[in-house]
Write a protein that binds this ligand. Structure first.
Ligand SMILES: Nc1ncnc2c1ncn2[C@@H]1O[C@H](COP(=O)(O)OP(=O)(O)OP(=O)(O)O)[C@@H](O)[C@H]1O
Ligand SMILES: [Mg+2]
Length: 248
């Protein structure tokens, strides 16, 4: 049996009267690419938020590398190497690419602009290298708020890599990205997986992307696990077609 890096068991989460996740159980294999799909509002982002400690869960268990993390604060989980990106990017528009890369490193207890003076030559070199990796090297001195939405998502991906994660959760990495840039992004995601050895867990609405990338795919519907399997199995699963793929 292969190694499991994230083990979600019977996780439930509600917001007031809204049951966003109900008894969700799924596993992410170490070193692989796992997909998470499902209709809008089916609880995908909520599950990611639960895994990274963004909010407490109502019930169930979440293990990372064999250890329970469901009661740990978000910073402690991040320090263990489990990071996520957001459906809406979170970059500082007034800062350039390099500055955003640097401040994505664990914050020192000082104002952001002061913190920028404390980074080492190695930090700057790594920022340069990763910006080159995502294809933003030429734009690294531009105000990040002036980048296109797709470029901002590439920057956010590079910022996550800056922290050398073991496992990265990506919430709709290709959403809003120009179709001509998507292939390049898929290539970078796969290279982050194979060359840097980062386990990826990816939410996607773009079926071409996720079917092409993931080895295992989970499908949520109404907050519950509807199906799991290989891309082939998922594409031919009548429940998934009825609940989701039929509309795509
Ligand atoms: N902070 C919150 N407060 C109240 N309700 C919330 C909150 N976050 C999510 N929800 C609700 O939980 C349900 C699941 O939302 P979630 O964002 O997890 O879905 P999703 O599968 O990521 O959808 P999408 O594909 O549109 O991003 C929705 O009904 C949503 O309105
Ligand atoms: Mg979402």
């Amino acid at each position: 049996m292969s190694d499991i890096i994230i083990n979600v068991q019977n996780v439930s989460k509600s917001f007031g009267g809204v049951q966003a996740n109900t008894n969700v159980t799924m596993q992410v294999e170490t070193g692989g690419i796992t997909g998470l799909i499902g209709p809008n509002g089916s609880g995908k982002t909520t599950l990611f938020n639960s895994i990274v400690g963004y909010h407490p869960i109502d019930g169930g268990s979440i293990q990372f590398e064999g250890q329970e993390i469901s009661k740990l604060p978000v910073q402690q989980i991040a320090r263990r190497g489990l990071l996520r990106t957001f459906q809406q990017t979170r970059i500082y528009g007034a800062m350039n690419g390099i500055e955003n890369m640097l401040i994505s490193l664990p914050h020192r207890k000082m104002k952001i602009w002061d913190a920028l003076k404390t980074y080492t030559r190695e930090d700057y070199e790594r920022a340069d290298h990763l910006l080159e990796f995502v294809g933003l090297y030429e734009k690294r001195m531009l105000k990040s708020g002036d980048l296109s939405f797709g470029q901002q998502k590439l920057l956010e991906f590079a910022m996550a890599l800056m922290n050398e994660p073991t496992c990265l959760l990506l919430d709709e990495p290709t959403a809003g990205i120009n179709p001509t840039l998507i292939n390049g992004l898929i290539d970078r995601l796969k290279r982050a997986n194979t060359e840097f050895g980062i386990t990826l867990f990816v939410i996607e609405h773009n079926m071409r992307v996720i079917m092409n990338m993931a080895e295992t795919i989970y499908c949520l519907a109404h907050g519950e696990l509807l199906a799991q399997g290989t891309p082939d199995e998922i594409q031919n699963d009548q429940r998934v077609i009825d609940a989701y793929l039929g509309a795509h």
